[in-house]
Design a protein around this ligand. Structure first.
Ligand SMILES: *Cc1c(COP(=O)(O)O)cnc(C)c1O
Length: 226
């Protein structure tokens, strides 16, 4: 990409990618072990296109409806983009979600796992899935209770045959994120799951130190949301 096409967001994106590479090296890992998901919720195509032009291909959205309004066209223009659903998924949106997204980070209940499984079969699109774990056991937050996780993983594998990739969490805002990252890593290890979706703008380097394979970064790239 030439200098004249850089924007504040593409410069921030490069900076975040460098910081991830440094954090990975310090942890004895390779930069390519970590996927940077640029979270584009609330931002329109005009803000997203420079990042795509800069060669970035992993993007995250937290709402199916909003994603449907921008990503079909962007994906048609640029083959190879990978769009991650990182927000709650209602069962009546599963059909649209399976058609549009490439990775689901928020499998958080049996009924959703069952619906996703049936819809992936119907569309013949098997998307890698992360199980969201409510590591802080916050009543207002989505996610499987850690105490129920092992049984849920088994059901996802045996009953619904979901293509499980790993675990995802959003630590409580007022707690030490490191404790939650370490906890999620342990839950993944004992369930033989290789991937960890954890870390946001404020703590993605820390998450990489704890083994994150996917970090979800929005405001550090695109600025504060409205
Ligand atoms: C919005 C969002 C992010 C990105 O948050 P920032 O703090 O802007 O980096 C990450 N994960 C989820 C689930 C989100 O909804």
């Amino acid at each position: 990409m030439n200098e004249s096409s850089t924007t504040p967001a593409t410069r921030a994106l490069a900076d975040v990618a460098n910081r991830i590479a440094d954090a990975a090296r310090k942890a004895g890992r390779g930069a390519s072990d970590v996927t940077l998901i640029a979270v584009t919720k609330t931002h329109g195509a005009a803000r997203i296109l420079p990042a795509i032009a800069a060669g970035h291909c992993h993007f995250g959205e937290n709402r199916v409806q909003e994603a449907l309004e921008k990503w079909p066209e962007l994906k048609a223009q640029t083959p190879g983009l990978c769009v991650h659903l990182i927000g709650p998924l209602q069962t009546n949106k599963v059909r649209d979600a399976v058609a549009l997204f490439d990775v689901i980070h928020t499998v958080d209940r049996a009924r959703l796992a069952e619906k996703l499984s049936a819809e992936m079969e119907r569309q013949d699109r098997r998307l890698p899935c992360f199980i969201q774990v409510n590591t802080g056991r916050e009543p207002q937050k989505a996610g499987i209770d850690p105490a129920d996780l092992d049984a849920f993983v088994t059901a996802c594998r045996r009953t619904w045959r979901l293509p499980l990739a790993g675990l995802m969490c959003i630590p409580p805002v007022d707690e030490e994120a490191a404790l939650h990252f370490a906890f999620l890593r342990e839950l993944a290890r004992r369930n033989d799951l290789a991937q960890l979706s954890m870390g946001m703008s404020g703590d993605y380097e820390l998450a990489v130190a704890f083994g994150a394979t996917h970090v979800r970064v929005g405001s550090a790239i695109f600025g504060a949301r409205e």
